[in-house]
Design a protein around this ligand. Structure first.
Ligand code: SAH
Ligand code: SF4
Ligand code: F3S
Length: 424
């Protein structure tokens, strides 16, 4: 059998797409291998969200192409198309983000560009999952929000929700394969709407919770503008839905938020935080922060720090603004100096570290329930689990515990990870 190795860059939606490609290939005459050296074909699933992500993928392609047949898929493939073909004349194929299902013909035909408009992705394929306990399901593709800095709407197309029946079938499959947790993915899951059945996001959560075997449902990302009180209440009221909301703030300055085209203010954002805290005591809120958007002054930046302090995020993903060709922000005047961006990045990192430490330390001595997901990457003799509100806890144990829930007493805490002992 022809061996294929898949390398994935980017977000969880790319992980899901890679699992789907692996499913499509596995159903055909291909063997997916975890050993790149033994593979004849290497598929590189790429991300375009920042220049750094593209640079890493480009150097990966450069190295792999020396002795492999390389196929570039995903967001950078969609963005660069001919540019990639010109840069790497030996490329076997380039596959856009609408065409993962065509991966077999990309390999078989070779030297073909396979792009948007040919076929929309088809879901009824059994994915070849990387994990055994927690499964991702993309419930909607694309994005209509056009935040001024962001390439995603250009490389992923218009927002479109999948039909609920297809999603439920996928959850049932996960349940029968022994999975315990499902994570719904979309750029803006709050606006999920299955046009055929009229079922919205709360409806999808309700229906999904009826499937036995799956004990936890998670989702991301929530756009603050679409996170209504009703939605927060329905999440709070559903026992299987995890009490963790990933709610990207980006900036705490109303002026910058407006330039970013985010459609909310710092006050609205903080009202969402208050509502979540009220409805889900003990729940977690995490965020994305973007520093150095064009025109961001020190005053704007201080406002971001202020909102972060008020919100008390459990964790933040913090990014330096990276201009993306074709987006509105790339053309804006007063791009912020690289050194200043770095300084701001470090400020935010420092603040978040303090906030996270305080939150995590308060867990020492408390009891939590975790789902064991696998061995810890650093201390291989310890097992790792996750709480309902997405805290990582490591405990002594063995691989036989994977996929089970345990009550654990937290004995130590660092910034992001806790240690604990099973309560017998
Ligand atoms: N749909 C999600 C985010 C998807 S991209 C949302 O609306 O929040 C993930 C994160 O990457 C974004 O939240 C943003 O903080 C960051 N990001 C997007 N474009 C970027 C750019 N041009 N430079 C740096 N970071 C960027
Ligand atoms: Fe990008 Fe904004 Fe869409 Fe998120 S909501 S994917 S940041 S355009
Ligand atoms: Fe995800 Fe990167 Fe594409 S963040 S949607 S892989 S541009």
């Amino acid at each position: 059998m022809t061996k294929v190795f898949i390398k994935t860059f980017g977000c969880q939606m790319n992980v899901y797409d890679s699992e789907r490609m692996a499913g499509v290939l596995g159903a055909d005459d291909f063997e997916i291998t975890g050993d790149e050296k033994s593979a004849e074909y290497v598929i590189i699933n790429t991300c375009s969200v920042r220049q750094h992500a593209e640079d890493r993928a480009l150097s990966y392609i450069g190295a792999a192409i020396k002795d492999k047949k390389v196929i570039v898929a995903g967001c950078m493939a969609e963005r660069m198309q001919d540019e990639l073909m010109a840069k790497f004349p030996r490329l076997h194929a380039v596959v856009g983000t609408f065409n993962f299902s065509n991966i077999v013909s990309a390999i078989n035909r070779g030297k073909k560009k396979i792009f948007a408009g040919i076929t929309e992705e088809k879901y009824p394929v059994k994915l070849r999952r990387n994990e055994k306990v927690r499964g991702y399901i993309t419930i909607m593709q694309g994005c209509d929000n056009y935040c001024a800095y962001c390439i995603v709407p250009y490389v992923r197309g218009r927002e479109r929700s999948r039909d609920v029946e297809g999603i439920l079938a996928e959850i049932r499959q996960l349940a029968s394969d022994g999975f315990k947790e499902v994570m719904f993915l979309g750029q803006n899951v709050n606006s999920f709407l299955d046009a055929k059945s009229g079922i919205n996001f709360s409806g999808l959560l309700r229906k999904s919770a009826e499937i036995s075997g799956i004990e936890r449902l998670r989702f991301m990302t929530s756009h603050p503008k679409d996170l209504t009180d009703e939605l927060i209440e329905s999440i709070a009221a559903a026992p299987k839905v995890c009490k963790h909301i990933h709610l990207p703030l980006q900036s705490g300055s109303d002026r910058i938020l407006k330039m970013m085209n985010r459609h909310y203010t710092a006050d609205w954002y903080l009202s969402r935080v208050r509502k979540i805290r009220e409805a889900m005591p003990g729940g977690a809120i995490t965020t994305d922060i973007l520093v150095g958007f064009p025109g961001e002054t020190d005053v704007d930046f201080q406002q971001t720090l202020e909102v972060m302090k008020k919100a008390g995020f459990d964790a933040s993903y913090i990014f330096k603004y990276s201009p993306r060709r074709g987006t509105k922000a790339a053309l804006m005047d007063s791009q912020v100096d690289e050194k200043e961006k770095l300084k701001r990045l470090n400020n935010v990192l420092e603040l978040q570290k303090k906030i996270s430490e305080d939150i995590t330390k308060a867990y020492v001595g408390r009891e939590v329930k975790i789902l064991v997901t696998g061995p810890n990457m650093v201390i291989k003799t310890m097992m790792e689990g996750i709480t309902d509100n997405s805290k990582k806890v490591i405990i002594p144990g063995d691989t036989g515990m994977i996929g089970n829930f345990y009550r654990v007493k937290v004995t130590r805490a660092q910034t992001a990870v806790m240690e604990g002992e099973i309560i017998k």
